[in-house]
Design a protein around this ligand. Sequence first.
Ligand code: HEC
Length: 91
Amino acid sequence: MRTLFLLLSVFATATAAGENQIVLKDGQGKNLVISQCAMCHSLDYITMHAKILDRAGWEKTVGKMINVMGAPIGDADKKVIIDYLARNYRK
Ligand code: HEC
């Protein structure tokens, strides 16, 4: 029982450390993405999808975050976020 507990805490620590390692590329809009896109899930959702999304894909995805998931992002911010993602994280 004690061993299981130890294993679980090691795993939890490793997971937390992994999330902290996500560092987005520098560029206009970076801080907006960090503040607007990390409130519901980890930023690795962005880096993981960089290989499969192009600009149109990011427009669709950010639109889905706003319209379906309820992300509180205004039109002006939405444009800056899509520009940043399409510039730095596209296939
Ligand atoms: C209001 C909460 C919320 C916010 C804010 C949010 N997301 Fe999401 N996002 C979700 C949920 C819920 C999912 C689906 C998770 C799942 O299916 O496991 C998701 C999934 C994703 C995915 C996976 C692909 C997909 O289409 O499901 C990507 C990429 C993504 N989000 C990017 C972003 C970006 C970029 C932003 C900032 C513009 C953002 N998210 C902001 C809730 C949010």
